[in-house]
Write a protein that binds this ligand. Structure first.
Ligand code: GLN
Length: 551
């Protein structure tokens, strides 16, 4: 069978959830026994999002091969079993970079180098190259941005050409669009969808399937109208209603026959999608948890949904695994500096400090780690969150006055976190951190080992600074032990506190490997510990309330 292609585009507005829609299509196809991979095209000129501010871009998702990529790749890995890599994310910056390099090498033999065909050929080549050499049935390529943007034109032209080249039976276009509800008229409006499909047709792409984002049910009449004016058969006008959990999306799309539609259009002979396990083990558990637990995430970009996307998702997965609703309180570290940890973190069952860069809010995070350590509240430190825990411990337990990471104070007398020699030489900011998957050995008898139940693991990194080995002994003497280290023993990867219910901090990003039906062990362990802490606290409060005053 030739490789099949599904191109996912978006219209009307951004933020319609194209990434989740693409991931859901991947999930549906996988459940039919098809081998899939997903790819994202980003029309910006940055080579990768690694150097972009989270306000601009949201989270940077790190693949096992160390690529800094778009957060949609996180959805792809969470919904499907596809393991993404650098090739699963292309940006206009990368495309131009490689075309210009080829031009300098003389590869174009004197031709004038142009958007068409040189840039479009490079894009097509990269779509074909994803998963090359692997047995793959379907490649799902999502085009970032919205139809009508100047920047995404080369991508749309490339997929137009590709559909022509591989044939209509081997490539389809699924267009995600918005059908807004106008309250005053009490009506759903189909015009924006008609316009956006019109724009696609102008450049030669006739969508095969429309996914219509809507708050209200799409009536048969509205579907018929969209179908007639957009040249899309009625059965292929699919309602994509707002749902309670993103993990419901594959179920919703399958219920409307998206599986049958895709197999028919792409000539794939397959049985219907089977999402029973997904429904039982993920969706139902996500929607109806028995208990709840309160966890504070102390960071810098709290008003932004996307800055800590994988962390929030991994917490949801831990909720699914523990049958609890994880209520996240997003706490701005700067606010902790202005008020106090006590004020903002009291009543929390667990505290998590995620990764980060730059010194804004650092002291607030240090105060949060101290609060968690002293009040025996479960603490989970991730990357910067591990470094913070280290600095706090050095200052307040080991009595190392002014201890710090050299990222925040180059002159500190106690650089408990510092740069390795090889990082000191680095000049470029882009792509030069310690990136991607590294093996780690876990020490038996630790909480970390209890969570992983393994002696050796592999986790993804994205940082420059490391724990300074000169302090290992002193830390251990005071009760902070190394529970995970690099195979050669040189790099401290995980630390934990001995006299604490659950205080674990890792130099890597476990959130990138968590899945709704396979929660990351450390997230599961953290939420279990938080739950126990919450129950313990409630019992104590109840006992307190029952005992007569003065006794
Ligand atoms: N800024 C820290 C470093 O570069 C931590 C990075 C992170 O949390 N991802 O080491």
């Amino acid at each position: 069978m030739p490789r099949k292609y599904i191109f996912v585009t978006g219209g009307v507005v951004s933020s319609l959830g194209k990434g989740i829609a693409s991931a859901s299509i991947g999930k549906i196809l996988e459940s039919m026994g098809l081998k899939v991979t997903l790819q994202k095209c980003d029309p910006y000129i940055n080579v990768d999002p690694g150097t972009m501010n989270p306000y601009q871009h949201g989270e940077v998702y790190v693949t096992q091969d160390g690529a800094e990529t778009d957060l949609d790749l996180g959805h792809y890995e969470r919904f499907t079993s596809c393991l993404t890599a650098q090739a699963n994310n292309m940006t206009t910056g990368q495309v131009y970079d490689s075309v210009i390099r080829k031009e300098r090498r003389g590869d174009y033999l004197g031709a004038t180098v142009q958007v068409v065909p040189h840039i479009t050929n490079e894009i097509k080549e990269r779509i074909r190259a994803v998963g090359r050499g692997k047995r793959l049935d379907v490649v799902i390529t999502e085009i970032g941005g919205t139809v009508g943007d100047i920047e995404s034109l080369p991508y749309l032209e490339a997929i137009r050409q590709m559909r022509f080249e591989v044939g209509r039976k081997n490539a389809i276009n699924i267009h995600l669009t918005l059908v807004p509800y106008i309250k005053a008229a009490a009506e759903l409006k189909t015009k924006p969808t008609q316009h956006s499909v019109g724009r696609l047709r102008e450049i030669g792409i006739q969508p095969d399937i429309l996914l219509c984002r809507t708050e209200k049910p799409l009536s048969k009449r509205a579907k018929a109208k969209i179908s007639l004016f957009c040249n899309v058969e009625e059965e292929a006008v699919i309602e994509a209603r707002d749902v309670r959990s993103i993990y419901e999306v594959p179920l919703m799309l399958k219920e409307q026959g998206l599986d049958r539609l895709i197999t028919r259009l792409l000539n794939l002979r397959r049985p219907a999608a089977d999402l029973k396990d997904w429904k039982k083990n993920v969706v139902q558990r996500a929607l109806r948890p028995k208990r709840s637990v309160r966890v504070a995430v102390v960071g810098k970009y709290m008003e932004l949904q996307d800055a800590y996307k994988s962390i929030y998702e991994a917490l949801n997965h831990a909720g699914i695994a523990n049958d609890v609703r994880v209520e996240v309180k997003k706490v701005d570290a700067v606010e902790i500096e202005e008020k106090s940890a006590d004020k903002l973190l009291s009543g929390m069952d667990g505290i998590l400090i995620p990764g980060g860069f730059g010194d804004r809010g650092i002291e607030g995070k240090i105060a949060s780690a101290r609060f968690a350590r002293e009040k025996q509240i479960p603490y989970f430190g991730i990357c910067l969150g591990m470094q913070i825990a280290t600095v706090e411990f050095a200052r307040n337990v080991c009595n190392l006055k002014g201890a710090n990471s050299t990222e925040f104070n180059k002159e500190t007398a106690h650089p408990v976190i510092s740069l390795l020699e090889e990082q000191k030489k680095v000049k470029d900011l882009g792509g030069t951190m310690r990136l991607g998957a590294y093996a780690c050995k876990i020490k038996r008898g630790t909480r970390t080992h209890k969570a992983y139940e393994k002696d050796r693991i592999s986790e993804r990194h994205r940082h420059r600074y490391e724990f300074n080995n000169e302090y290992r002994k002193l830390f251990a003497q005071h009760g902070m032990v190394v529970s995970g280290h690099s195979p050669n023993g040189q790099l401290v990867e995980i630390m934990e506190l001995e006299n604490h219910p659950w205080f674990v901090a890792g130099q890597f990003h476990p959130e990138f490997q968590s899945k709704p039906d396979a929660c990351h062990p450390l997230f599961r362990g953290f939420v279990t510990a938080s739950l126990e802490n919450g129950q313990h606290r409630k019992k104590e409060e109840a006992a307190h309330a029952e005992s007569p005053a003065g006794t």
